[in-house]
Design a protein around this ligand. Structure first.
Ligand code: SF4
Length: 257
């Protein structure tokens, strides 16, 4: 199942002014049902409160993206939250959905996005600052169609992984960085596409990024070990100096300007 007809009805009967939080990539049917209502991506750091507040509900040693979801959920004035909890996101999101259901008095709709229609990945291969590119990929999730018509560039570096909690790590990559991993699946609107998620380009130096405490770090480490010019990297809430230095040193030593 992607989303039940009962849950779709809950979404379509929300007021036109409703604010809907989303976590992960909801099925296309859910995005279409939201229509012109306001969408807030709870994976992003919208609320500027101390993330330590979430230790009342989640362990401190937990994925920083889901801690951010919790913080947003606690502080934003939302009318419903749609959380993908299937293989297109993760088990950890399912636990957070349950906790939010207990805590909040709004519908918390759990989906399992198994959409298989490929929308393409032009942004992932476009020439553009990596921070802007990742932001555009994340924002694209809120649209039922793709409007991006970018030409592919010749890649000089690769970034594999999920959109990081702290985008500042992306600042050090060249504009000719191609995006792989789950972020690529996001643009393609197929978050549960294992073949696409594990695709890499062995010709370009690639950083395999995982959010600390995420199960995907195992695959990031594995793919980095198999890649001729790969580096595994993980990062928690913010990008520290040592992570920044590792990225810069790796790209420099790989001859990437
Ligand atoms: S980074 Fe990993 S644990 Fe965190 S929300 Fe994404 S898939 Fe789940």
């Amino acid at each position: 199942m992607g989303i039940s007809s009962q849950d779709l009805k809950i979404i379509t009967t929300l007021a036109d002014s409703a604010q809907v939080g989303i976590v992960g990539v909801p099925p296309l049917k859910a995005i279409k049902a939201i229509g012109t209502r306001t969408i807030l991506d709870l994976d992003e750091a919208i609320v500027k409160q101390n993330i330590e507040e979430t230790i009342l509900y989640l362990p401190r040693v937990y994925c920083a993206i889901l801690r951010t979801v919790m913080l947003n959920g606690l502080h934003l004035d939302l009318d419903a939250i749609i959380i993908d909890v299937g293989p297109g996101k993760c088990d950890a999101a399912r636990h957070v959905a349950t906790i939010l259901s207990d805590k909040l008095k709004i519908p918390i709709i759990q989906t399992r996005n198994n959409d298989q229609q490929n929308f393409g990945t032009p942004l992932c291969e476009a020439k553009m600052p990596l921070m802007d590119k990742m932001q555009a990929i994340c924002t694209g999730v809120q649209r039922p169609t793709t409007h991006d018509n970018h030409k592919p560039c010749v890649p000089t570096a690769g970034f594999w992984g999920v959109p990081p909690r702290d985008f500042s790590i992306l600042r050090y990559f060249p504009d000719t960085t191609h995006v792989f991993g789950w972020a690529r699946c996001m643009e393609n609107k197929t978050p549960d596409n294992w073949q696409l998620e594990t695709m890499t380009d062995n010709a370009i130096p690639t950083i395999f990024f995982g959010q600390s405490f995420c199960a995907k770090t195992a695959m990031a480490k594995h793919l980095a070990a198999r890649h001729p010019k790969g580096l595994f990297l993980d990062s928690d809430v913010t990008t520290g100096n040592s992570t920044r230095a590792k990225v810069q040193a790796f790209l420099e030593l790989s001859g990437v300007s």
